[in-house]
Design a protein around this ligand. Structure first.
Ligand code: MG
Length: 158
């Protein structure tokens, strides 16, 4: 059994949606990012890599690599899931927290949960998606960006 954690932050910029857990969420801004800037999937990718002892997302998917320009972040998670399969590891459960004043997560929380469960190849009950604000404090509180934290447990395939 192995545990891993991941954190990701992106600044808001021009645009009218943000990607969260592979779900397109309407918003007053987009995010500034090389890929699609999905903080949930980036935090999850780092948590999976961390649990497996495989470094971090920047080592595997460089943010200067033209291959990842505008990339769908589901590709990062799927690539790491392939690495885990090779190492005979599978996901036990995942717990994700989105930190933002806006957009509000409640309308899309179930969609995100479903997407993440599918990507991690587990049942819905193995995935939890939480949201919190920072009580208007700091860059998140000023709605200058969005952050996510993920914790995953990996199990050895029997
Ligand atoms: Mg990122």
């Amino acid at each position: 059994m192995r545990i891993g954690s991941g954190i990701d932050v992106h600044a808001f910029g021009p645009g009218d949606f943000v990607m969260l857990g592979g779900v397109r969420v309407p918003h007053t801004h987009g995010v500034v990012a090389h890929s699609d800037g999905d903080v949930v999937l980036h935090a999850l990718t780092d948590a999976l890599l961390g649990a497996a002892g495989l470094g971090d997302i920047g080592q595997h998917f460089k943010d200067t690599d033209p291959r990842w320009k505008g990339a769908d972040s589901k590709r990062f998670v799927r690539a790491v899931m392939d690495m885990l399969r090779d190492r005979r590891l599978r996901v036990g459960n995942a717990d994700v927290t989105v930190l933002a004043e806006r957009p509000k997560l409640s309308p899309v929380r179930d969609d995100i949960r479903g997407q993440v469960a599918a990507l991690l190849e587990v049942g819905l009950e193995q995935v939890n998606v939480k949201a919190t604000t920072t009580e208007k404090l700091g860059f998140l509180g000023r709605a200058e960006g969005i952050a996510a934290q993920a914790v995953v447990l990996l199990l050895d395939v029997g």
